[in-house]
Design a protein around this ligand. Structure first.
Ligand SMILES: [Zn+2]
Length: 500
């Protein structure tokens, strides 16, 4: 039986985050209850989810190959990965790959925007080391998140890249199946593809990454069109993740062709050329100021108005403790208002007094100077919980077993309700609130920290979704960051950048 090894070390690294990602961060993940999973545990944790690994297992059943899951480590987006975490996790996975071979093929389940202290292109380095072990004759296929900063190394060291096509990411399972189809066809010798990766000098602004809305929808339509052309096996784009300060940061397009690199290049350039022509649209400023957004929410007739906190986008590596919108809401006297704040200290204060008791303390804004200041509140502790919850609905990236850590619900005397959490988990599931007895539907204003990832959960209940141009480690205003490693010129940083 065909034997295929699979592993992945998944991380979206925000170079501007003050919180380093350590081995401990990988062990303690909010996205998946167990941050580091090995062997059969991977199957138990993904069979019932909608992740890339779920798709790998589906395909193993469907295509009849022996899938050997080695290791899967994924944790919440955050700062640069420590050398120790990289060495230990990668070392462990590669040792198993080396010792238990030979393999017919390898599946790499990577995110594509991981940066470690030693390897700015960590995903490319993992691909390179994998290739070194299995040799040129064993096909390697790597799946990536649509936010990947795709590098030439990733393309060169693998036989195919398969990237999500949707943002919010709802297609992990079909893309994983596609990756397996390609791999199995390569193993049987049916195909021996050629590829091209085109990297135009442009960045796609975070506010314009919704694949259901123009101009991004146009790019996806183009790549679906290219996939129908004769000889094309797969086409993907990497939207890019602008907060990784690395050379490959930016937009890229990958085309896999049956035999012709030249044809793959021509089609990739057709897609990137059309995106380039619309570059100004991808850089357009959208969204409201925090003050306008709160005012808008208070004046609205229908509820809830969901305010998307772009500057404290947890799913993009922010701290999760921004008080910028909360401070504005308090200043404007908002009473029916709900949001999360990552503040383990404040949770401990609530724990010490217990449910039904009064607390007076400073909350949020404690990570760094980018996310507002700690705010004084007085309120009543309404609930205390361990913080684990499940949600099997179609959610961003298909995660299912979440863990926000020890948490507390506090109703402030001035009105707002806060869910204080210990782990920086994105607002991607309503179960986050339901599990502690809160119903976001009943609030006038609900803050969701993110731009795209909260949409699958919140769009069905929201009267309106408002993008808020808030400050923070994930500010949509990229001119507020000091890059040292990105390539130049790059539009819109350098407006005069050219691309032929
Ligand atoms: Zn993503």
């Amino acid at each position: 039986m065909t034997r295929i090894a699979a592993f992945g070390i998944h991380h979206e690294t925000n170079s501007f985050s003050s919180r380093k990602t350590t081995l401990e961060s990988f062990r303690r993940s909010g996205l998946q209850r167990e941050g580091v999973q090995r062997g059969t545990r991977i199957e138990e944790m993904h069979r019932g989810a909608k992740t890339v690994f779920t798709g790998f297992f589906d395909a193993a059943d469907r295509l009849g190959f022996d899938l050997v899951p080695i290791l899967f480590a994924a944790t919440d987006p955050g700062g640069t990965i420590s050398a120790e975490a990289f060495d230990q996790l990668t070392g462990e996975a590669l040792a198993v790959l080396r010792d238990r071979g030979p393999w017919d093929g390898v599946l790499l389940n990577q995110m594509g925007a991981a940066v470690s202290e030693s390897y700015p292109d960590m995903d490319g380095e993992i691909a390179r080391r994998t290739r070194e072990i299995v040799g040129p004759g064993t096909p390697v296929v790597m799946t990536l998140d649509l936010h990947a900063n795709v590098s030439q190394r990733m393309a060169r060291e693998t036989d195919a890249l398969v990237i999500y096509h949707t943002n919010p990411h709802l297609d992990a399972v079909p893309r994983a199946n596609e990756a397996c189809d390609l791999l199995v066809r390569m193993i049987s010798g049916e195909i021996k593809p050629a590829h091209a990766l085109e990297m135009p000098p442009m960045v796609i602004g975070i506010m314009h990454q919704n694949t259901n809305v123009q101009p991004m929808k146009g790019i996806i339509d183009d790549l679906l069109d290219v996939q129908q052309r004769p000889g094309v096996l797969h086409a993907s784009v990497g939207q890019g993740y602008p907060w990784s300060d690395v050379d490959e940061m930016g937009f890229a397009c990958y085309v896999l062709h049956e035999k012709s690199e030249k044809e793959a290049r021509r089609l990739a350039r057709w897609i990137t050329g059309r995106a380039w022509d619309r570059r100004a649209e991808f850089a357009e400023e959208v969204g409201m100021t925090p003050a306008d957004a709160v005012r808008h929410g208070l004046a609205a007739d229908a509820k809830p108005v969901v305010l998307l906190d772009a500057g404290d986008n947890i799913g993009a590596g922010s701290s999760g403790d921004s008080t910028v919108i909360l401070e504005e809401a308090m200043a404007q006297g908002a009473r029916s208002y709900l949001q999360t704040l990552r503040d383990p200290e404040a949770v401990a204060v609530c724990d010490a007094v217990g449910i039904g008791e009064t607390v007076s303390m400073l909350v949020g804004g404690k990570t760094d100077g980018l996310h507002g200041r700690p705010l004084p509140i007085t309120g009543t502790v309404r609930e205390l919980s361990e913080g684990a919850f499940e949600d099997n609905r179609a959610l961003h990236a298909g995660w299912t077993f979440y863990d926000q850590g020890r948490c507390a619900v506090v109703e402030c005397d001035s009105g707002p309700t806060l869910l204080l959490v210990s782990s920086s988990i994105g607002n991607v599931s309503l179960e986050q609130y339901y599990s502690v007895g809160l119903r976001p539907e009943e609030f006038k204003i609900v803050v969701a920290k993110g731009v795209m990832s909260p949409r699958p959960a919140y769009e069905p209940i929201a009267a309106e979704m408002i993008l808020v141009n808030s400050p923070g480690a994930t500010s949509a205003d990229l001119s507020t960051f000091h890059y040292a490693h990105r390539r130049t010129p790059l539009y819109p940083f350098e407006a005069e950048a050219t691309y032929e």
